[in-house]
Design a protein. Structure first.
Length: 255
């Protein structure tokens, strides 16, 4: 069995110590509490401080938890609440559409799948929670890039790889696609990422009306699109209704 990395274990113990205290800790307090040499404790604290996980009071020199931990914690709580609020609505969408449902959030220049409901049939399927999808070609990603300024910047800066002949990769054409997404309130991906696969997704907003994720369905082109090659209107309506329901549950109000 692989051994744990000692320096990471010590850093974790240090963060737990600072989290459990009702006051700031001095270097001597930390080193004695964790049975570490002062030089070792100071080195770990310096690293944590550089990453924003620990802050040092300029006047006393004592240490406390940093703002970066709060940001990470809020990010986890936001995603956790988003997924919890979306569970029932995503199940309903899968049943009504007959297709797989995905819930995505912005993460590391892509779309992180945080919830996946299988297509309600007996076909063999693979759970894709934790998978990453591109921002520029998927319906989930285009929705985030259209409504979230950070996702927009990351999509423009990224290498917009052409996965198929239909992938929109040129900057001007991509911006036009995002404008259309905002105007319609949903994004589409008809064989732009995978041959024979089509998707439609809509944005989810929180109580501040900020975009916090996207929800959509994915399936075979012949099921998701009509004979004219366009997305089936009833599926678009179902996805948008799901997104509005989750948004309302997050406090966004009616829109």
């Amino acid at each position: 069995m692989a051994k744990n990395i000692q320096s990471l274990e010590r850093a974790a113990a240090m963060l737990r110590l600072l989290a459990g205290g009702e006051r700031r800790f001095g270097l001597s307090d930390i080193s004695s509490s964790l049975d570490l040499a002062k030089g070792t404790a100071h080195g770990i604290l310096r690293t944590l401080q550089a990453e924003g996980f620990v802050e040092q009071d300029p006047a006393s020199g004592r240490y406390q938890l940093g703002a970066e931990l709060l940001r990470l914690g809020n990010s986890y709580l936001d995603v956790h609440e988003l997924r919890a609020r979306a569970l029932v609505w995503a199940d309903d969408l899968a049943r009504s559409s007959g297709e797989s449902v995905y819930l995505g959030v912005l993460h590391q220049h892509g779309v992180l799948i945080v919830h996946h409901v299988f297509r309600p049939d007996d076909s063999r399927q693979v759970l894709e929670v934790g998978a990453m999808q591109p921002l520029h070609s998927t319906a989930l990603g285009k929705v985030l890039a259209a409504y979230d300024p950070v996702a927009h910047s990351e999509a423009l800066e990224a290498d917009r790889k052409s996965f198929t002949a239909r992938t929109v990769s040129e900057p001007d054409a991509f911006e036009e696609t995002l404008g259309l997404t905002r105007a319609r309130g949903y994004a589409s991906d008809v064989e732009e990422t995978w041959e024979g696969v089509a998707s439609v997704a809509a944005p989810i907003h929180d109580r501040r009306r900020m975009p916090v994720g996207s929800v959509g369905i994915t399936g075979a082109v012949e099921r998701v699109c009509g004979e004219d090659g366009e997305l089936r209107p009833q599926l678009i309506a179902a996805v948008r209704a799901c997104a509005r329901s989750v948004s309302r549950d997050l406090g966004a109000g009616r829109f």
